[in-house]
Design a protein around this ligand. Structure first.
Ligand code: A3P
Ligand code: MG
Length: 352
């Protein structure tokens, strides 16, 4: 890919994700402290909040305003038709009418994919979540941006899973510390570079490139020293199968259970070495849950494949069609080969 291709798109996408994160932070603070029914259920019983819809509307509107609605197509997770049903005041319905959100059925090349709040369960529990935006060109993820509002520049915070908001408020952070509250990661395919920036908060302006620093995956390739990251919810990934794999390759550390694509961010930043997800058979992974994270890990030096060792296929619509069993992301080939080998050795006896 030519050197400066997509540099404007990348800068705009990063700015827009910062803005979306600021919106989410406001809503999450309100949700965690408020009583009342602010969380709705989608048709598949997963949660959705005002943040999912308003981020989706805002990002779509901003991108079409900047690039022109003919030049940008956004496919986003939330079904905008549900808004008028769930929001009796009609406010969100009005906002969304200004957004160019295309749901399923959009053409396949050159499309922005948005997960407005990935890990909505983490979001409503005051824990980790991400805003994910990716550009896919001819079936290849060319840009990825991941906003992680509760994942500060310092790694230790990942360990405060489930109590994130309580821990932060117990420490009663000064406003200058808030600068360190979250981060935004991004990468452009083929650049061999991935970046992290502190999240801008409050009324600060984003001065591009906003203290961006390069990130790299961890150099650990000894399983005994490696950390596994996986979904919190057992319903989303089979923990007993991954525990068996972890044991057979010699992982010794306790796994980190983290909501959302923050797991991809942790691998790309070198804070963990392995991410695995084995969903129930029949579940189809959606591309907006992975696209941004995959390009960021790969450009930071890591490897992401399905459990058979093949690259994820982003060319076939909104699902990762043909995915072999599960997803394995590693900081390097040594760990990756061991995990893929362990899946191969144990699958037949796994009852999955
Ligand atoms: N039954 C299921 N199996 C696997 N993944 C699921 C699932 N139901 C939902 N998910 C996906 O898992 C994502 C959350 O990831 P994690 O479990 O790693 O926190 C959800 O993203 P959303 O929260 O954006 O809907 C959703 O896309
Ligand atoms: Mg998601």
């Amino acid at each position: 890919m030519e050197k400066d291709k997509y540099s404007k798109e990348l800068e705009v996408a990063v700015r827009v994700v910062h803005l979306a994160c600021a919106l989410c932070i406001r809503v999450q603070e309100g949700l965690v402290s408020a009583s009342g029914d602010h969380v709705k259920s989608k048709d598949d019983d997963s949660p959705v909040t005002v943040a999912d819809w308003s981020v989706q509307a805002t990002v779509s509107w901003l991108l079409s305003d900047i690039f022109g609605s003919q030049n940008v197509s956004i496919v986003a997770e939330e079904d905008t038709h549900a808004i008028s049903k769930a929001d009796s005041e009609g406010f969100l319905a009005a906002v969304v009418n200004t957004a160019s959100v295309t749901q399923l059925g959009a053409p396949l090349e050159d499309i922005g994919y948005l997960d407005p709040v990935d890990g909505t369960l983490g979001f409503v529990r005051g824990d980790q979540y991400a805003v994910a935006l990716a550009l896919i060109e001819d079936g290849q993820v060319v840009l990825g941006v991941l906003g992680c509002p509760n994942y500060p520049m310092k790694r230790e915070w990942l360990n405060y899973q489930h109590q994130y908001s309580q821990t932060m408020s117990a420490l009663s952070l000064r406003s200058t510390d808030v600068w360190e509250k979250g981060c935004v990661l991004y990468a452009r395919r083929g650049s061999g570079k991935a970046w992290v920036q502190p999240l801008i908060c409050e009324d600060k302006m984003l001065e591009w490139p906003n203290y961006a620093r390069l990130i790299q995956v961890s150099s650990i390739d000894d399983p005994a020293l490696a950390t596994l990251c996986e979904p919190v919810e057992k319903a989303n990934s089979n923990h007993s199968f991954t525990a068996g794999l972890a044991h057979s390759v010699g992982l010794r550390k306790k796994p980190l259970h983290v909501y959302s694509m923050v797991k991809y961010a942790a691998i790309a930043r070198g804070d963990a070495e392995i991410f695995m997800k084995f969903a129930k058979s029949g579940y189809k992974e959606k591309i907006w849950d992975h696209a941004a994270g995959v390009v960021i890990i790969e450009e930071a030096g890591g490897v992401v494949t399905d459990a058979g060792g093949c690259p994820l296929d982003f060319s076939r619509g909104v699902y990762l069609e043909g995915l072999d069993r599960g997803i394995i992301a590693c900081s390097g080939v040594t760990l990756h080969e061991k995990i893929v080998g362990a899946v191969y050795a144990s699958w037949d006896s796994s009852n999955l």
